[in-house]
Structures are given as C-alpha cells and as structure tokens.
Design a protein around this ligand. Sequence first.
Ligand code: HEM
Length: 521
Amino acid sequence: MYLTTLSQVCLALLFSHLSITYLLHQAKRWRSAQQVRASRQCKAGKTERPWDVLGLRKIAASVRAVVRENPAEYLDTLWADHGDTYVARFLGVRVAFTRDAANLRHILHTRWLDFDAGRSIREHMMRDISPRSIAVADGAAWREKRNVWRLQFSRLPGLFHMPSQDAHFRRLLARIPAGGGQVDVQALLVDMATDVLQEAVTGDCPDCQVPHRQSERQRRFVQAAARVQRNVAWLGNLGPLYQYLPQGSWKADVAVYKAYMDAIITRKFQEIAKTTSPDPQVGDDGNEVRRSILDGLVRYTDDPLEIRDAMITVSFSNDSLAGIMAATVWFLSRHADVYAELRRSVLDTVGYEEPTYQQIGGFPYLQQVVNEALRLLPPIPVNARIANKNTWLPTGGGPEGKDSLLIKKGQPLVLSTWGAHRHPDVFGDDAEEFRPGRWDELPIDTPGYLPFLIGPRTCSGQTYVQRQSTYTLVRLVQSFVRIESRDDRPYAPRTRLALSNRNGMWMSMTPDPLAKTVEGF
Ligand code: HEM
C-alpha cells in the first residue's frame, strides 16, 4: 500500500516535471519567435486553402503531382493565386513555398546558416544507399566534405581528360543514324552521360553506349543504378509516406550498386599497395594523366564506406549532366535560326578541329544558348530546405506579400527554381520564350537565376559540368548541318532526381560531310 502510494507520487512528480519542462520549452520557442517577428516586422503571409486545417486536400494534390512526377509544373499553377511565397498545411506542419528571387537569395546565400539542406530533409532518402554523403550533411560535417569535393574539382584537366572525351563522343556519333533517320537524342545522351560520369568518378566505364560490349556485371549495375535513382527521387518527394509503398527490388538493387562500387574501391587499394613509382602529372601524349574522383578521394581517407558514399552521391548526377545537354539540343532542334547562328560561331572559332581544353572554357554564344536552356528546363527544378532556428524571409508577409514572413524552427521550405526562372518580373513578359539573346543584357548572377543553386552549397561540379557539356555540344554542332525535331508534342516534364522529357526527344540530324568526325558514322 505504502509502495503503491510512493510510486504514484513519483509518477505524478515525473509527469509534472515533464509537463513543466515541455511548457517552458514551448514558451521559450514562442518568445524567440516573437522576438524575430517584432525585430523583422514580420506579417502573416498567404495560406493556401486556409479552411483545409489538416491540409488533406493539399496532401492529395501533392501526392498526385509526385505520382505524375511533375511537381514543378504543379507548383507553377499556384503562384498566380497565392503569390510568389505562401504557406500550405500538411497535417500539423506548415510548409513555405517560394519562387521569389530575394527569398531564394536569403535562404541560400545571405542567411544560409539558418537553413539545413541535409539531415532532416534527405536522411530518409539516402539512409540505405549513401548515408555518409555530402547531400545529407550539415554544419561541420558538411564543411569537411565540401572541402574534399573542392579539392577533387581543383584538378579538372585530369578529371576531364581530353582523349577519353573524344572516345565517348565518337561512340555517341556511331549511334546517330547517318541517313537522317529519327533517334531519341535524350536516351543517347543519358547513356553517354552515365559512361562519362562513371569513368570520371571511378575510372571505370560501364559501356552504356556500346551495350553489346557490356559484361553481365556492368549490365546489372546500370539497370540497378537506374532503379535506385528513381526510388531515391520517390523517397525524396513522398517523404515518410514512401515506406508504405511496395519496395520492389530496392534492397537487391542497393546491394548490386554497392557491390559494384566496393569491387572498384578494393581494386584501387590493391593498386596503391603495389605502386612504388611517383605520381606523374603529364602522360606521354602531353595530356594531363587521367585521374578519377576515386584517385582523389583515396588521398583523403582510407575508409571504404566514406569513399563509396561519396562516389555514389556524384554518380547520381548522370541524369542532370544528360539534362543540360538534352535541354540545349531540344531547343536547338526547334529553333533553326539559333542553330545556324551557333554553328557559325563555333566554326568561326575552331572550324572542324576538336576544341582544346582551354577553348572549351569559351564559346560565349554557346554559353548564352546553354544558359537559356537551363533557365527554361533546369535539371533540378525543385529543391528544399528546413529552418534550424526561428528566422524570417524578406518577402511573403502581409496582404501584398511585400513584408517579412516569420519562419519557425523546423519549418520546411520548398524552393522552385523552375518557377523563379519563369518570373516575368525578372525575365520579362517573354519569360516563357527561348531567347538566348536575352543573356546579352542579363548577367549570369541575375537574381532568381540559379540552375546550380547559389551560395555556399552551390553545385561543386558546376565547372566540370560546363566543360563537359560545352565539349559535347561543340562537337555535335561541328558534325551536323541541321538538327531537326521529329516530334510536335510540347515538352512533357518528368522530375525524378533530374528533369527529363517523358516523351523522349525524337530528332533527325544531317551530317556535315566536311566534319572530321564524319568517319564516326
Ligand atoms: C547539369 C548538371 C548538374 C546540375 C544542374 C547540378 C545541380 C546541383 C544543385 C542544384 C546542387 C545543390 C543541391 C542542394 O544542396 O540542395 C548540387 C549539389 C552538388 N553537385 Fe551538382 N549538379 C549537376 C551535376 C553535377 C555533377 C556532374 C557533379 C559531380 C561530378 C556534381 C556534384 C555536386 C556535389 C558534390 C554537390 C553537393 C554540394 C554541397 O552540398 O555542398 N553535380 N548540384
């Protein structure tokens, strides 16, 4: 009896202690939010469907957009009604959506430390496949990994390696029908980007462009990798809901992906153990010796799991790398005038010669064409962050959305690059049109233009991507007199880890008999 009373008292004390701690914690959070609200003069912003208190309609609409793999297009239907920044409820969580240039700059650059990109947003996406990846890291762990990536890309000529580029490009040419027949250029570029990127990352090419030469191991890897990437995208878009869907071959695919990378890492460590000669910078052909990202990573760590996760993370960029080239060719196939001008500018600069590594840093008109393609079809059209403290956005509050908006700790934010890139206030009334000439006046750091994001977490591989796409596009333009669309349907966006056209990109290409690459056909 005495013991029962004592345990009841203890329980009551414990309960009141927990309740008081909780209430004090809530009061502290509330006070801190009020301080931000007062100091930044925040006003309430627009809420999508304020009557939908639980956000059930919003959840249904969002799931539909995710299942249809068109979240960017779905968001685009809402800016006109709710403004460039608004809030929507998902059960108890208030998610902020924005395409406003000032807010994007604030989140990604000026106040980037207030917003996490890694753990709370992507942990569930990467848990099984690469939990130690930079994509999942924040704070000091992110800084350390970012530094390693910066060093990887500081030796770009070795990573890029011109002779390998030529070989990849000739394989691409060999798959284009010489007699002007139709081909899905997007599919070809995905295969090429996968080969090029895997080779740059691991030193090992999976031969997607020459499938008849693929070994069983390579074939299984490429198929498993494509499924893993598709599932990671679903995980990202559906969040915790994903676990209720059938998992299919997920576990087996992850195992194949990891085993493929592990075998390459083990081989590299065996090579290192055997090597006694110094590390040459330039080979017999005068070119910088080819170095993979793996060659760089083993200088910083001997932890095979850390290396594997880093390699897997960048391997995921093959679709974005294909995306930048495919988007450009898509527009060129529909704008014969732009193609003719581009071809003139390329032939004036390098004629039919293969461009050198130094030259591919140039080609200003081509850069304008690519900027414009990236504006309308950004490979990563939507992104997300989560506030790690009570903070604010410069706009989105008040009836006109011109005042500051309070963002509470733990509040997720969805950032639409797709929406920002189509904003008429930034890009004018012809924002939906493909017009490379607009980049005569617009600087590349135009607020609201952010295909690789901006700020400290901007894409580490940006310069590599630009060199890679310039090289391929210059050689394509040299090789073909005309590139013509053979499909009248409009672009049908499909967002997985990167944007693509769900219909493929059917085109025909007319070879230039003077092009040196012509023997590739
Ligand atoms: C057109 C192709 C590409 C586009 C548009 C692109 C875009 C992006 C974007 C938007 C981010 C920021 C993600 C975020 O923090 O929310 C990012 C991060 C990153 N990208 Fe890319 N990427 C491309 C290709 C590549 C390639 C080919 C590589 C490597 C070879 C690469 C390496 C990275 C790395 C390491 C990060 C992480 C940066 C960090 O968190 O600090 N990217 N990329």
